[in-house]
Design a protein around this ligand. Structure first.
Ligand code: COA
Length: 681
């Protein structure tokens, strides 16, 4: 019986026991699969064994296939074969589940004849988020038990279901409350006593009982995937497989699933998403070292504008009590209305003394350095001695603010990125004197808030907004040369962004953008643009979505905004005054220029150590602004076309606006050394 390696097996009281033990997440790597194969073979032969239970050690049952192995040729035994071997076992097999049971982990469990689980177990098929679909019978076995609707929800949504939901759907047979191994042993012994025998999932048909329901669910899933970007493969192929589950014999369905899975693994979009998976984990790792994080039980947010309200809402959503402080009574009242639902853990006050009992104070007041200096001076006195003083500002140097308080060790930047801070990203910006425990605490807090975190240096704009500014600047040059905002926005949506740069600008507010640009201008070369539409719009008080007009016109029922002929006329007029003969730009050219600008800016941020590594820049764009994850991010794409090619393209653009398009020194260096951005990750 195998007892070394990541799979152990033994027999006790007539029940064979297999334990998967492959820390940290019991990924089903080659040696696990080989271990399972030999354990199963032994137990099948062993006459003293009447039934088998499969358990796993550690905090979760299995995170599924070993994602790193997809970068190499696959090695036998493969997972589908193991699942079939489990299913074909002549003795009943029980999977005893706990923690997370994901992807191939769930497929393994579906190969078993019975499933029991602890009450807090989560089961899911998250493969589509890696550009993959299930590979080992997930699309064939799951719908046979639960039907097409619930199966497709798990496969396309990627979100795990609770043990209670799994029990209701028939996916598991029992929720257990005592020690899992003991309950599993008893469950298996019971099966033996009742001569229950194997119950093969491939022979089950509860999920097919109502064919009409099955087809309706398939139709809805097809509508759902048709709304996705047309280039996205995995969700479409998964629907095809679930359709095949009902139409084809089981073995043929399995073969189809496997062959479509192979197509997914080999696709550039899955490679990009796998890169993104590890890039995110690398970015969100707190700095190394053994410092203990500080305790965070209570948050204070100062400033109840949209950003402050969103931050308060995010913290409340994560179960943290929040004191929201705002001296303008009207603003406080509207925040109260917006947060009404979450009132139980919310305290609203106009008094800064409200920060006293908080562990983290987050400043979300307007970006005005003098006001912030004064605020941090006061916070330093009012907040508890262990409290962390964080600022959501995206513009000010943490080190400069630190000089305004004697609490430099407690001070840190904590920037909620995205339009009004509503992206999935936060930037953590320690100053020169920030206590490492403070940095660590905020990485942990970001995780608790469900945000992806990257560490940023103190350079103006940090990583995310600097990238966004470069994106918008490229869009502005395109506008000047002849492409109108709706065309540029449509091209970038076609690329995969949820909204284009002018839509994002309207959502954020043109006034806010202008203030940010003017604060940054001393550090950047004079603006080489010949026309400035933003200022013309602002002169008319068209500030964007909030004022009803910006680059688009907004009515209550048009959330995206509609094209505005008056804006188009303003642009025509400005071009004419500047003597510009407008050119037309195909979508691909608009996309190329915008992404090229991001590549160049990303390189500059890495060179200046504002970004820790190129993959952090990719994380910032994906999680901050909705850059399509399946393209990997601008730095990843730069490596795909090659840094030398990026340099060539930048050289071609340089004359148009040297201050903007000149290649970053890092691009010159990498091209010369024939290296890639990935070498710096
Ligand atoms: N294959 C290989 N490595 C994996 C992995 C997998 N399926 N799942 C997680 N890991 C690694 C992570 O990269 C990380 O490694 P590191 O410490 O070297 O950075 C480590 O396991 C812990 O993962 P992490 O995500 O940091 O832990 P968590 O507790 O926050 O989350 C999971 C655990 C399982 C929810 C999460 O890792 C996850 O979603 N994994 C992927 C599941 C999946 O998509 N499976 C289908 C594969 S086709």
């Amino acid at each position: 019986m195998p007892n070394d390696g990541p799979v152990r097996a033994d027999v006790s009281n007539g029940i064979g026991r297999i334990v998967i033990d492959n820390p940290p997440v019991n990924a089903l790597s080659h040696d696990v699969r080989a271990g399972l194969l030999s354990a199963l073979a032994e137990l099948e032969k062993d006459r003293s064994c009447a039934a088998v239970v499969i358990l796993a050690a550690g905090r979760l049952w299995s995170a599924g296939a070993d994602i790193r192995e997809f970068e190499r040729p696959t090695q036998d035994p493969l997972l589908p074969g193991i699942c079939t071997m489990i299913e074909d076992c002549p003795k009943p097999v029980v999977a005893a589940l706990h923690g997370s049971v994901l992807g191939g982990g769930l497929e393994l469990a579906l190969g078993a004849h019975y499933r029991i689980a602890l009450a807090d177990t989560l089961t899911g098929l998250p493969e589509v988020s890696l550009g993959l679909q299930p590979e080992a019978g997930g699309t064939q076995r799951l719908p046979r038990i639960v039907g097409a609707g619930p199966a497709l929800e798990m496969i396309l949504g990627g979100k795990p279901v609770t043990a209670q939901q799994a029990l209701a759907a028939g996916l598991i047979d029992k929720i257990v409350t005592r020690e899992l191994a003991t309950e599993a042993q008893e469950f298996a012994q019971n099966l033996v006593e009742q001569r229950a025998g194997p119950r093969k999932t491939c022979a089950r048909a509860e999920g097919f009982r109502n064919p009409e329901e099955y087809w309706t669910a398939l139709g809805q899933a097809k509508d759902r995937v048709n709304r996705l970007h047309p280039d996205l493969m995995a969700p479409r192929l998964a629907v095809q497989c679930v359709e095949a589950a009902q139409m084809l014999p089981f073995a043929q369905g399995l073969a189809l699933e496997r062959s479509l899975f192979d197509d997914c693994v080999a696709s550039p979009q899955s490679a990009a998403l796998r890169y993104g998976f590890f890039a995110e984990r690398k970015a969100t790792k707190p700095p190394s070292g053994t410092v203990e994080p500080r305790v965070v039980d209570q948050i204070a947010v100062v400033g109840a504008g949209r950003a402050g309200t969103h931050i308060a809402q995010t913290c409340l959503g994560a179960g943290l009590p929040v004191t929201l402080i705002e001296r303008n009574a009207g603003t406080l009242r509207s925040a109260e209305k917006r947060l009404n639902r979450l009132k139980a853990k919310l305290t609203l006050t106009g008094n800064l003394g409200g920060v006293r009992s908080s562990d983290v104070v987050i400043d979300a007041t307007a970006d005005d350095f003098d006001l912030k200096s004064e605020l941090f001076g006061k916070l330093g006195e009012l907040a508890g001695p262990e409290a962390i003083l964080a600022t959501n500002s995206s513009d000010f140097d943490v080190n400069a603010l630190a000089q305004k308080t004697d609490r430099a060790r407690d001070l840190i930047g904590f920037h909620f990125v995205g339009v009004q801070g509503q992206g999935q990203l936060v930037e953590i910006i320690p100053g020169a004197e920030t206590d490492p425990a403070v940095t660590r605490t905020l990485f942990q807090l970001a995780g608790k808030l469900g945000k992806t975190a990257i560490r940023s240096g103190t350079g103006a704009g940090f990583v995310a907004n600097a990238m966004m500014l470069a994106f918008r600047e490229a869009a502005d040059y395109l506008l000047e040369a002849g492409a109108n905002p709706p065309e540029i926005d449509a091209a970038m949506r076609g690329f995969g962004f949820p909204s284009g740069p002018f839509q994002m600008l309207d959502a954020e507010g043109l006034d806010i953008d202008l203030a940010r640009r003017s604060r940054r201008s001393p550090e950047r070369e004079a603006d080489a643009r010949k026309i400035d539409i933003n200022t013309r719009l602002l002169e008319r008080d068209w500030r964007g979505r909030d004022s009803g007009r910006g680059f688009y016109r907004y009515t209550d029922d048009a959330s995206r905004g509609v094209e505005d002929p008056e804006v188009a006329a303003l642009i025509d007029e400005a071009r004419e005054e500047a003597g510009i003969v407008p050119k037309t730009f195909p979508d691909e050219e608009i996309q190329r220029q915008c992404v090229l600008a991001m590549m160049n800016e990303g390189a500059r941020l890495v060179a200046e150590r504002v970004a820790q590594r190129p993959s952090d820049v990719d994380c910032a764009m994906i999680h901050g602004f909705g850059y399509p994850a399946w393209r990997g991010g601008p730095m990843y794409q730069a490596d795909r076309i090659g840094v030398a090619e990026v340099l060539l393209q930048l050289d071609e653009m340089t004359d148009l606006a040297p201050g903007f398009w000149s290649p970053s020194a890092l691009i010159l260096r990498l091209a010369e050394e024939n290296r890639a951005f990935a070498d710096l990750n």
